[in-house]
Design a binder for this molecule. Structure first.
Ligand code: ATR
Length: 278
């Protein structure tokens, strides 16, 4: 055990958070870089109504270096921070808080988590992207896609929400009844929680409109291969697992917390290994 009184700690909070793979990914990265005496990453179940108390603790505990927030804490935390990165402000959520000697800075790395796995296999500029869902996850994804100059249309069960989000980000929006259009899109992203265990026999849209020319990405990572991704793969589409978003949102986070470049391959290995036990 290399932890001592000077070790800085980072905590992921959520309700629940017990199954989070973030501690394994980050601690594995610290170990790889030999900085596991300087940093340790923990998890704690915290009710959303107690987020303010955690922030107060951070202000007085200078070794409390960072905080990772899951849904809905990532929205609640906005009101308690000293500074919010303009990107996080635009997205309307903070998943990463850095404690600079009691001064609390908020960032959002979710958009990066969605964009990097796509950019690894395609150029986004000019691509037609269908985003299914108009909640918090969709907001971060749409932000990244617009930044990369993709042509986005948001499809949502509640059409009004799609239209209002689309207006904010200067793209298109519509209801799920328009989903036939999806056959003409280059990239299709499920940004809803539909298909997540224990409802893993569900798909956010009919898979009839998926085809082999497309890249299909699901933010759901439990199960690894959702029904939506299975169907896409059967049609010959290129698929991206939700675990990729989990990995790549952790990369800038690692750097913000520690100041060190994240050892991505090590973190990826740990993620997929922990996943087998998950
Ligand atoms: P998050 O912050 O995780 O994105 P959210 O803000 O609750 O969660 O958003 C969930 C998204 O999933 C919404 O777009 C929601 O559609 P509505 O706006 O119509 O509620 C979508 N969603 C959830 N369950 C769904 C279902 N069974 N079918 C289609 N869309 C669903």
């Amino acid at each position: 055990m290399r932890i001592n009184a000077k070790t800085k700690f980072i905590v992921i909070i959520g309700d629940p958070v017990d199954h989070s793979l973030s501690p394994a990914i980050h601690n594995g990265g610290y170990k790889k870089l030999g900085i596991d005496n300087q940093f340790v990453y923990l998890g704690s179940n915290v009710k959303v109504t107690d987020v303010k108390k955690v922030v107060e603790a951070m202000r007085v505990m200078k070794n409390f270096r960072g905080l990772t927030c899951t849904v809905p804490h990532k929205i609640e935390i906005l009101k308690y921070l000293d500074w919010i990165d303009p990107i996080a402000k635009k997205i309307g959520a903070v998943n990463t808080v850095v404690n600079e000697d009691g001064f609390l800075k908020g960032y959002n790395t979710d958009w990066y988590g969605a964009i990097i796995p796509l950019e690894k296999i395609t150029k986004l500029s000019g691509k037609r992207v269908a985003v299914i869902g108009a909640g918090g996850a969709a907001r971060a994804i749409v932000y990244g896609l617009i930044l990369k100059e993709a042509k986005v249309k948001i499809f949502n069960r509640t059409k009004e929400k799609a239209i209002s989000l689309a207006k904010e980000f200067n793209c298109q929006g519509g209801g799920l009844e328009e989903q036939e259009e999806i056959k003409n899109f280059d990239i299709v992203i499920n940004a809803t929680s539909v298909g997540m265990k224990p409802f893993d026999n569900q798909s956010p849209i009919t898979t009839f409109y998926l085809n082999k020319k497309q890249i299909v990405f699901d933010i759901v990572y439990s199960p690894l291969k959702t029904m939506f991704l299975k169907a896409a793969e059967e049609k010959g589409a290129k698929i991206i697992y939700g675990t990729e978003m989990l990995l790549y949102q952790a990369v800038p986070q690692f750097e913000l917390y520690t100041g060190y470049q994240a050892p991505i391959e090590t973190m990826k290995g740990i993620l997929y290994k922990s996943y087998e036990k998950y």
